[in-house]
Design a protein around this ligand. Structure first.
Ligand code: NDP
Length: 389
């Protein structure tokens, strides 16, 4: 039995992971499940999977979680420290699927016990890539990508010499507003932005797909994870979401990963790695799909995308600044304080200021959990000031 922990179990990735575990009850033993505000889901899953421990990130919800699990053998806890303790429980495989920079510290704690970290939380690599990779190396842990594009690159690289990589092409669906007239974009609302044409995901990543902030994060994630140069990474809009990524080699060959838009493929690949097992995903009928389209992203429609290359060129803590500015802009968009296009404009301004302001206030040099947290905090304050002005 493999011992598995799921950080962010109540979310979209967490639920898809549990769906796969549910289908193989003799193979996996659930150690810890963590969630945020969805106490009913967390308690139901903890009971069903006989978890050793259930943790909510929110201290004030501990009583609710305790009463929802009364009469069961599941231990309960709450708060940031309890998330770390959940990640530190001995496990062979941990899914990192908390949304946002909040996933960084528990992910690091999981790596410190060795084993395998399936990384959906791309924010960890964007804000602290060198720290994450060094921690994994120090403790002999494996990190496996769960983002479908990065899982696709990882799979296309199986058996290949990484020195032979010439370029990597990451595809993007184009999100909710791919075909909307440009003039409409300033006025689109949260509900529309929360509807993805192809993928069923959490609200925040769905809105980030419409703006392509998500793709910008993925570009940085690819640079960090695969050790690429920024100019080796390309993005193409591919409305069918069938080809998830392509790797171009120095002999001119392109290796594509092709599959249905179902996160259970990438999650299942990481869950079963290094084996390949049967997965309950639809089999593609390419003749029914008929055609696959690719186009360059329009910079006027997706101004957030180019910021990735600005961040990669700046290096240091710019990933942490970018992510914090993006997360805060998204909070304000969801709250109705700013419009859809204002998100990228404000993040661009914060990057220009932030690379001076926030970086000037933290120790230059090594990226640590503390330096990332400080940067995150300063940038959020700066974003709030900008929006209030
Ligand atoms: P969801 O919003 O659906 O779920 C997020 C999870 O994190 C929930 O369990 C939520 O708890 C929990 N959570 C929220 N805030 C906190 C916090 N401050 N501290 C601890 N836990 C918290 O997100 P997704 O599942 O869509 O995404 C998770 C991660 O995976 C993100 O980094 C995303 O970018 C990445 N990803 C997602 C994909 C997808 O298909 N959804 C694809 C590729 C990557 P609760 O809901 O109980 O409040």
């Amino acid at each position: 039995m493999r011992r598995v922990t799921i950080l962010g179990a109540t979310g979209s990735i967490g639920q898809n992971t549990l769906d796969l575990i549910r289908r193989a009850p003799d193979e996996f033993q659930v150690v810890a499940l963590t969630g945020g505000r969805n106490i009913a889901q967390l308690a139901d899953d903890a009971r069903e999977f006989r978890a050793e421990l259930a943790v909510t990130a929110h201290l004030e919800l501990l009583t609710d979680l305790r009463s929802a699990l009364s009469g069961s053998d599941v231990a309960v806890a709450a708060g940031e420290d309890a998330l770390i303790e959940a990640a530190q429980r001995p496990a062979d495989w941990t899914m990192s699927a908390i949304v946002g920079v909040a996933g960084l510290a528990p992910g690091l704690a999981a790596l410190e016990q060795g084993g395998t970290l399936a990384l959906a939380n791309k924010e960890s690599l964007v804000t602290a890539g060198p720290l994450l990779l060094a921690t994994a190396a120090r403790h002999g842990a494996h990190i496996l990508p769960v983002d479908s594009e990065h899982s696709a690159i990882f799979q296309a690289l199986t058996g290949e010499d990484r020195a032979a990589i010439e370029r990597v092409i990451i595809t993007a669906s184009g999100g909710a507003f791919r075909d909307r007239p440009l003039d409409d974009l300033a006025h689109v609302g949260v509900d529309e932005a929360s509807t993805h044409p192809n993928w069923d995901m959490g609200q925040r990543i769905t809105i980030d797909s419409a703006s392509m902030f998500n793709k910008a994060l993925e570009v940085i994630e690819a640079k960090e994870f695969f050790g690429l140069e920024p100019e080796q990474i390309e993005v193409l809009v591919h409305p069918q979401s069938t080809v998830h990524a392509l790797v171009g080699f120095r002999d001119g060959a392109l290796m594509a990963h092709v599959g249905p838009p179902d996160m259970r493929h990438a999650i299942g690949f990481a869950l079963n790695w290094p084996d390949r097992r049967h997965l309950p995903v639809a089999r593609l009928d390419l003749s029914a799909i008929g055609r696959l389209d690719f186009a360059l992203p329009d910079p006027a429609r997706y101004p957030a995308l180019a910021l990735a290359w600005q961040v990669m060129a700046a290096g240091g803590h710019s990933g942490a600044i970018f992510n914090a500015a993006k997360e805060r802009a998204l909070d304000h968009f969801i709250a109705g304080h700013i419009g859809f296009l204002e998100m990228s404009a404000l993040v661009a301004r914060t990057l220009d200021h932030g690379l001076c302001d926030a970086q000037a206030q933290i120790e230059p040099g090594e990226i640590t959990l503390e330096s990332v947290r400080r940067c995150d905090h300063l940038t959020r304050q700066q974003m709030d000031r900008l929006i209030a002005a």
